[in-house]
Write a protein that binds this ligand. Structure first.
Ligand code: SF4
Ligand code: F3S
Length: 120
């Protein structure tokens, strides 16, 4: 029964998202070269897409559930209603997400030299 209610809430959120088209979440600069991927593993709708050095969120898939935001060790994820001004360009970059493959599981972090985040 609890599962039925969860699915119902998820569907209602999805419908509201489709109708409103007002919100999404975005991945920003701190993800570059880090790519921890913890975020992708908790997303209920497979909204994350993978590029060689970062993830992006598909705004047409994201249902604004907030699950991914606290998972990122470098605080790279923001709601499009409250992101730092210097990350404004990331709205457009995330809008290109569907051009890249979906990622929905945790993978070893990339941790390339440009990443300043903590080790896994
Ligand atoms: Fe996925 Fe929710 Fe994050 Fe959107 S806010 S990308 S739906 S986990
Ligand atoms: Fe990137 Fe943070 Fe996800 S570094 S891959 S947004 S957990």
């Amino acid at each position: 029964m609890a599962w039925d209610i969860t699915v119902l809430i998820w569907l209602l959120l999805l419908i509201a998202r489709r109708i409103s088209k007002l919100m999404t979440y975005i991945v920003t600069t701190p993800c570059i070269d880090c790519k921890y991927t913890d975020c992708a593993a908790v997303c209920p709708v497979e909204a994350f897409h993978e590029t060689p050095d970062r993830l992006l969120i598909n705004p047409d898939t994201c249902i604004d559930c907030d699950a991914c935001l606290p998972e990122c060790p470098v605080e790279a994820i923001y709601s499009d209603m409250s992101y730092p001004e210097e990350y404004a360009e990331w709205m457009e970059k995330n809008a290109e997400a569907e051009n890249f493959p979906i990622i929905s599981v945790k993978q070893p972090a990339l941790m390339a030299p440009g990443c300043t985040g903590p080790p896994e």
